[in-house]
Design a protein around this ligand. Structure first.
Ligand code: DC
Length: 227
């Protein structure tokens, strides 16, 4: 049986993992796992059923029966929770905060592990998240850990939110990013940390295109994809 090649793209919030992963998946014709979306949907599902986000066993129960679907189409990947298209609502700042809160629970993370691994299908998978290289796909042949200063990430996020018609201040965004980073890095379950064999790429002063070419070249040089 042919092993499925996986390229992991991990890193903190707002670092450009989503853009890089989407571009890589498009250009290689590979599948895409947006694991953050899974945690965002879990947070939303908990809120909708009035499950407190800090109630670990209850959150894990919701995770086990989470009726989430990813649908690839012309305008990117659409995310469904049951019969509702939640693609836009999970992208709000509140959606990100909720995801970060439910993501601290080990049992809930375990419930989502198999679903993530099942998405590894030929010709290959781009796995975007926090623990792709450390926990979900430890044997992946290429692991990228993307970083950028908190200020650069807050500025990029501001532009994104303005594009979606949300109005927030840069200072508030920076505080949110720092708070979420601290929670993601300091939690006991799968904390945000670069895998030992990950290549750390600082994107603070790089364009999205430059990052994409750098990672593609690495994949070619490792024989994972053809030139
Ligand atoms: O990548 P994102 O901003 O959509 O992720 C939202 C939250 O989900 C983030 O604060 C941490 C959590 N997350 C995680 O714990 N593990 C992952 N593999 C992906 C996301």
């Amino acid at each position: 049986m042919k092993t499925v090649p996986v390229i992991c793209v991990d890193g903190p919030s707002g670092v450009g993992k989503g853009t890089l992963s989407l571009q890589l998946a498009d250009s290689l014709g590979w599948h895409l796992l947006d694991s953050g979306a899974l945690y965002r949907v879990l947070g939303l599902a908990c809120s909708q059923s009035a499950v407190p986000l800090d109630d670990a066993p209850a959150v894990a129960t919701v995770a086990r029966s989470l009726d989430v679907r990813f649908q690839s189409g012309g305008d990117g990947v659409r995310v469904w929770l049951g019969d509702s298209d939640v693609t836009t609502v999970i992208r709000t700042e509140a959606g990100g905060r909720g995801a970060s809160e439910v993501a601290v629970h080990v049992e809930a993370r375990e419930a989502l592990l198999l679903r993530q691994r099942e998405l590894a299908r030929l010709p290959g998978l781009i796995a975007d998240g926090r623990d792709m290289g450390t926990v979900v796909f430890p044997d992946a042949p290429l692991k990228i850990f993307l970083t950028a200063s908190a200020e650069a990430r807050a500025e990029r996020r501001l532009l994104q939110l303005q594009g979606m018609g949300e109005s927030v201040s840069l200072a508030r965004l920076l505080a949110d990013i720092e708070e979420r980073d601290a929670r993601d890095r300091n939690r006991a379950a799968s904390p945000l940390v670069a895998a030992e064999d990950a290549i750390v790429v600082d994107s603070t002063t790089l364009t999205a295109d430059a990052v994409m070419h750098l990672v593609r070249d690495l994949a070619v040089s490792r024989g994972i994809v053809e030139e």
